[in-house]
Design a protein around this ligand. Structure first.
Ligand code: NAP
Length: 235
């Protein structure tokens, strides 16, 4: 898909990676960027069109898809990370909250916008996943990893279903990105603008998946190690 002239909807576009996606889309010639946020007044970037969207609210998702009939690219970026051990009593509640945003959110958005994308000639979806879709850091990412693993499986299923209407779906896997979400992490982090740029280049090249950094590439390779990397001791 060509970014130049595209009309994009970016979820969670008020800060972090979502704001970077909006910036890089405009810099690469996108004709319009709808910057979706739970609170649209928190979108401070010039040149975008702020719109309200909480991805956990099906009514808001449906209303937005009714209003924005010109979208040709959906970037499912919004996400939450609640660290903690799986054995803690609150982990089931934390898992449900993260599933709502990280897995059901993108599913709802794709379901609602699929007819819009089809009407606009096929178009594309980007789903922001993680190296933690494949790996669980012990005592830290159990519930987040479960939600991102679900988002990965949903992305793989949706890609196949969307193919019939000519819509591509790109999965983006990253290690640590320099945003609020990873502010407590003392490891090398990729800048959000670089992640957005690499993702959009991969989309333009027609890829179905992109691993943006060394961490995600190493973890992918570790699938075929013995023992496989996801069986390891974690953090
Ligand atoms: N940072 C990393 O190291 C890293 C690594 C791999 C993948 N990722 C993924 O990259 C994506 C962007 O994360 P980030 O690093 O930019 O995180 P971030 O700085 O914490 O920003 C998260 C964004 O998601 C929005 N959001 C949260 N819940 C939402 C909801 N219910 N509806 C709509 N928007 C909601 C937030 O809006 P509010 O301002 O309203 O809270 C914010 O705009 C996420 O999917 C994340 O899982 C991040």
């Amino acid at each position: 898909m060509n970014i130049h002239g595209s009309i994009a909807l970016v979820t969670g576009a008020n800060r972090g990676l979502g704001a970077a996606f909006a910036r890089v889309l405009l810099a690469n010639g996108a004709a319009k960027v709808y910057a979706a946020a739970r609170d649209p007044s928190s979108v401070k970037q010039a040149g975008v069109v702020p719109v309200q969207l909480d991805v956990t609210k099906p009514d808001q998702v449906a209303a937005l898809a009714r209003d924005l009939r010109d979208v040709t690219l959906v970037v499912n970026n919004a996400g939450v990370f609640e660290p903690g051990p799986l054995l803690a009593p609150q982990s089931a509640d934390a898992l449900m909250r993260q599933m709502e945003v990280n897995a059901l959110g993108p599913l709802r958005v794709v379901q609602a916008f699929a007819p819009v994308l089809a009407a606009n000639g096929g178009s594309a979806v980007i789903n922001m996943l993680s190296v933690l879709s494949w790996l669980t850091l012990a005592n830290v990412s159990g519930t987040y990893s479960a939600s991102k693993a679900a988002a990965w499986a949903l992305s793989n299923g949706l890609r196949q279903e969307l193919k019939a209407q000519g819509t591509e779906l790109l999965s983006v896997h990253a290690g640590f990105i320099d945003t609020d979400m990873a502010s407590g992490v003392q490891m090398p982090k990729t800048s959000p603008d670089d992640v957005a740029r690499i993702a959009l280049e991969a989309l333009q090249a027609g890829q179905s998946e992109v691993l943006v950094d060394d961490i995600s590439r190493q973890v992918r390779q570790g699938f075929s190690a013995s023992p496989a990397i996801y069986l390891g001791t974690g953090a």
